[in-house]
Design a protein around this ligand. Sequence first.
Ligand code: ASN
Length: 258
Amino acid sequence: MKKVLALTLAIVMVASIALLAGCGSSDTKSDTKADDAKTYIIYSDNSFAPFEYLDTKTKKYVGVDMDIMEAVAKDQGFKYEMHNEGFDASMSAVQSGQADGMIAGMTINDERKKTFDFSAPYFDDGQVIAAKKGTKIADLKGKTVAVKNGTAGKDYAEEVKDDYGFKINYYKDSPSMYQAVQTGVDVACFEDFSVIAYSIKTGEVKLQLLNDEPFNVKGYGFAVKKGQNADLLKMFDKGLKNIKKSGELKKILAKYGY
Ligand code: ASN
């Protein structure tokens, strides 16, 4: 493993990928008529800063995803209700029809495309391994690592566990996973780069990254159940295109340090 890159440098890198993704052609307001009576139920993660997290002062969920959803709904003229229930819970809610859609820093990948339909990507990220200071990749052998249920990080850990020789403990949210590593229950955790980098930067998480570049960098997208809610997905895509073009998406990302 090479030396861990300076966080700021890597953040700039990820941010520039996101900005590149922002260069699209123009689009007009939706021709998919928003159903005035309908309030869409949208699920999200609950502790995934800077994409969604509870602002302890206002007691409201804030973050990149929360702002994108608000901007897109405003642009397309539809109503929605946000439920911040956790990542795995969001995927289950969409699959069971309890939720119409989800926005949760959700990585678009081929496996998920079998059961979800995704919007165009609005941000790019991959996973990293984080551990206490001084830990080396070789230290994972014979130990347990922490992953979050249902995530791309979990899938990646399951894929490489035999190569590295570790076992896996599963957690329901990111803070439980970080806590398990900080208290020494697990030797490392698998998390999205920009999310753990953000918490390391704010000082909330005292861990370091073991890989200098994120694995499996892919887009984040809004998702609906495959074959369902096509109108909602269409409106989301149109709204996203419009906020990319108007510079609003850039502003939202900048507000959270990208
Ligand atoms: N990027 C993660 C995933 O798609 C999402 C999350 O943890 N909220 O698995």
